[in-house]
Structure formats: C-alpha cells, structure tokens
Design a protein around this ligand. Sequence first.
Ligand code: GLA
Length: 398
Amino acid sequence: MAPDLSAALRQRVERSVGAYRSRFGLDPTWVGWGPGRVNLIGEHTDYNQGLAMPAAIDRWVVVALGAGPDGQLVVRGEDFDDECTLALGRPAPSHAPSWQRYAAGCVAELAALQPLRTGLQAVVAGDVPLGAGLSSSAAVEMAWLNVLRLASGAQLSGLELAQAAQRVEHRHLGLASGLLDQLASQFSRVHRLMVVDFESLEIRWVPAGLPRWTWVVVESGVRRELAASAYRDRVAECQLGLALARGSDAELRGYRGLGASHLELLERQGHALVAQRLGHVMDENQRVLAMERALASGDAAGAGALLCASHASLRDLYQVSCAELDALVELCIAWPGCAGARMVGGGFGGCVLALVQVDAAQGLPAYLARAYAPRFPHRLRSWQFALVGGAGAVRWEG
Ligand code: GLA
C-alpha cells in the first residue's frame, strides 16, 4: 500500500476493497482512485485554449480491480447497488446507465493503447456528489484509467491518461467537454491550486493563500438538464468566432491571439453574440491571472470581486447561468463575511462557490436554506473541502 495515502483516502479505498471482497470472495489486485474537483475561476475557458484555476477535493471515486473471466468486464457499481457484465474493450450499450458507460469507455480507450491480457472484474465506489458540478465523471475516469494503466503495464503519461478520459467523454458519453476536469483530477497537489494553461497544457501549482478564509460550495439542487446541448452550442459559437476572426486576420494564432479589435470587427460584421462569447473567454483568462495575484497578496476582497465579475460574465455574456444560481450568488454576497461568489462548472444548475471568512462559514448554509426555500423548491447542500493530491493507483497488498 502506498505509504502516503491520507487517512481520508485510505478509508475510501478500504470501502471499495471490502465491497470487492464481498462480491468476488478475494482481494483485488490493484486499486485506483480519482478525486473530484472544484474550479476557483476560469470557467468555459478550457476548450478555448484559455486559463483556469482548479484543484482536486477530498472526495474520491475508487476502483478495486482484479483479473476476471476471459473477454469480460464484470463491474459492480457499489453506490448504485447494481452490476453489469460487458464485453471487454467494447462500449456499453447506449441505454446503459452512465456509470457502466464510463467503465466500458475507460477500458476500451485503454485497451486501444495497450492490449489487455485478461478479462477484468471490479468494484466502483465513491463519494463525489453526483450531478453537482464537482466532476464525479472525471473522478470515475481517472480512477479507472490509473488503475488500468497499472494493471496493463501501459507506459502512458498522466497527460495521456487525461486525454484518454476526454475521449471517453466524447465517444462514450457524447459530451464535448474540455480537459479541465481530467487535468485537475490527475495533477492536483495537496494544499495547492493549479493554474492550467490550455494552450500549452502547462500547469503551475500555487499556494491556496487566504488562511482565514474558506471556500464553500453550495449545490443549487437544479439538475443540469440543459447543460449538454447548451455546452455544445457554446463550443460551436467560439469555434465560429475564431474561424471568422481568422478570415480577417490570417496571422491569428488561436484564441489567445484574440484582441479587442477582433471582437469589434466581429460585431461590425453582425456577429455580436459570438463576440460576446469570446469576450467572456478573454476577460475570464485575465481574471485567472488576477486571482493568482489576489491570493498571493492575501487580498480576499479582490478575490471576491473577481468571483462576482466572473459570475456576471457567465450570466450576461456567456449565458450559462439560471435563476437559482443567480439568486444563490446574490444571497451569498449579502452574507456578512462573504467576499464574493459565482456559479461553477458547465452551468444551468449545479453549484455556486463562495469565498467566506472561516468564522462566518458555519452559519451560511442555514441562512441560505431559509432565504432560498420560499423562492425555489430545491433542497440545498453545501460543503467545505480540503485540497488534495491527484489520482493514482497501487498494487493492493492489504
Ligand atoms: C464542464 C466541462 C469542463 C469545462 C467546464 C466549464 O465541467 O466538463 O471541461 O468546460 O464545464 O468550465
């Protein structure tokens, strides 16, 4: 067992191992884990070669794995009290529950890079809140891919694993997502925030800063039903904007080369909406760098203002917010001791992230619940997280 597993992670690992023993009657041979993530700032920038500031959180998905029947992938989804037997290396049927499509997709993508020598049997269990915008999907993918890399002996880098996970999203789940979630889950470091540059794929790790402040995640209770199609629309709008800008500037190197003059030209050409989308991305990139400076200099008010500006931009320019998220952000901002808040993740539901003084954080959930209940029927959940290291895998030795 790796000596540096935290007590919290070890507890999750032991749960999956115990479930594997109950189901298969022996210990697993390998165990892999992937954490969920929160993104402080830099939203809808990853697929636009932009910047973001994510970190992994102390919630994990753990896959306990062993050799299984030839040609088969037998998986128990502990949290769903469900089980499936699939053809090894093949996609799951399109009507299968998503946890099965993730499992089959990860195995298929890994098998495309490195032949698997045996069938596989596994138990998947985790505690990353589902559908809350904390990327339980990347946690599942990175847990699977790390354990499969170890089990198969594939010589693949963490980046290659993250890219394989992105292919799982694209090919097996039909989602057009960027690399934010997978890179955060794979490369996070304890007590650090990541500054990810999606043009160069370089990552810097910076201290979390602001010791007397904490980050509170509040789940709106709104399922993100609109998210997948709106997400595809935003990806397409940004691609169109770049193609149009290139039409008038053959030297333009990519999204990061865009400037105010390109946006003005797009507007003059009648593409105001596309200019608006790209305007969000350009401003949001600047806010990531400004957030890094605010955290480094202990400027909580500045950090809070950046969150609020990000939210306004996501609401008004990128248009991926919803009434519940807007209301929650306003309520958070009105709470004494909250420096700022914004929606996080793809949008149209999911979570709000607030920067709150440690002493003021305890009362926040009850206050929010009281103020939210008369306006919306959803139940709120909220969390504070520790920032943890990235995904990994070990040979299980008990
Ligand atoms: C989802 C996607 C990410 C990213 C965010 C928005 O979480 O999976 O790739 O695009 O939305 O920042």
